[in-house]
Every structure is written in C-alpha cells, then in structure tokens.
Design a protein around this ligand. Structure first.
Ligand SMILES: CC(C)(COP(=O)(O)OP(=O)(O)OC[C@H]1O[C@@H](n2cnc3c(N)ncnc32)[C@H](O)[C@@H]1OP(=O)(O)O)[C@@H](O)C(=O)NCCC(=O)NCCS
Length: 151
C-alpha cells in the first residue's frame, strides 16, 4: 500500500499538503519543492488516488526528518499516518540513521508512536535556515519538535 512517490503523484501530494497548510496544520509546499524532493517521498495509494504522503529527509550524519506527513480526511484514523511514519523509520534505519525528528502541529500523534518532545536547540542548526524563511517564524510558529531514537 505504501510506495515511493512518482511524478504523476506530485499534484495530488501538493493538494493534500496544502489543504492542511491552509488550516495552519503544516507548511505549504510549491510544486517545485515537491519535484525536487520527490525521491524522498512515500505515498499511500488507495483507489488509484493518493490517500496519504510523507517525506524522509536526511539532515545530517545521524539524523533525518519526517516531513510533509498528511492523510486525506476521508482516510484518517485507519493507521495510514502511523504506517507512513513507520516506513520512514525503517528506511532511516536501513540508511544507518540513528534518530528521526519532526516539527509538528500534531505532537500527540507522534508521542503515540514513541517520539518525545525535545527542545528545538537539540536539532541540527541546519533546520534553522528553513525556519527563518518561514512566514510564521518566530512569533507565530506552532510547530513542536519531537524526536525518536531508532538505533
Ligand atoms: C496526523 C495525521 C497524519 C495522522 O494520520 P492518521 O492516518 O489519521 O493516523 P493513524 O490512524 O495512524 O493514528 C494513530 C493514532 O494517532 C491518533 N491521532 C491521529 N491524528 C492525531 C492528531 N492530529 N493528534 C493526536 N492524535 C492523533 C489516532 O487517533 C490514533 O490513536 P490510537 O492508536 O489511540 O487509535 C493526520 O491526522 C493528518 O494528516 N493531519 C493533518 C496534517 C498533520 O497534522 N500532519 C502532521 C504534522 S507534519
């Protein structure tokens, strides 16, 4: 059910992510950003449509980020979100990554999967470059850093 994303998924991924971005639940993505990162994306395909997506982005030697996690409203609460995070974790393990993190407006979802809330300062400095470019930085940022040791 979970597979690597393809070019033909890109517009559906953008629609899914930007639906939640409009509600402030995640950051919006341009088509260009999704094309550039396409090889890092997984999707769940149901009835020939993208029902969920997420991205695993290796940030540094021991750490990777789970990004752009979204499950379509009509398919929520059926385990798809957990399965997508599980796929990212198993890929990260195979790559030799020791920790995965997310910056999320839904920390409780990640806590159920064994992640812990951490201070943003423990994340690689590199992620701040992305944060400072965000229109919500710093005062309106609603993202909580969560991390899981996977080694
Ligand atoms: C967060 C999200 C990906 C979860 O996907 P999902 O397929 O509905 O999640 P699952 O069915 O795997 O849920 C696993 C558990 O987490 C809970 N859960 C789901 N969404 C949750 C949320 N937003 N907050 C807290 N708990 C949540 C479920 O109730 C379930 O609990 P249970 O095991 O006790 O039954 C989905 O709600 C979503 O797309 N939200 C909008 C975008 C977003 O917030 N993305 C994550 C931040 S980048």
């Amino acid at each position: 059910m979970i597979r690597k994303a393809k070019i033909s998924d890109v517009k559906e991924i953008q629609k899914l992510v930007n639906y939640y971005a409009k509600n402030g639940q995640m950051l919006a993505r341009s088509l260009n950003q999704i094309y550039e990162q396409l090889q890092n994306f997984y999707v769940v395909e149901l009835n020939k449509k993208v029902a969920g997506c997420c991205e695993l982005f290796v940030t540094w030697e021991d750490i990777a980020e789970v990004k752009a996690l979204a499950v379509a409203l009509s398919h929520r609460d059926r385990g798809l979100g957990s399965a997508l995070v599980g796929k990212c974790i198993s890929t990260a393990k195979k790559l030799g990554v020791k920790k995965v993190f997310a910056l999320t407006a839904s920390p409780d979802f990640f806590l159920k999967l064994g992640f812990k809330v951490v201070p943003k300062e423990v994340l690689p400095h590199k992620i701040w470059f992305e944060c400072v470019k965000c229109p919500l930085f710093p005062d309106n940022c609603n993202e909580v850093p969560v991390m899981k040791e996977i080694s």
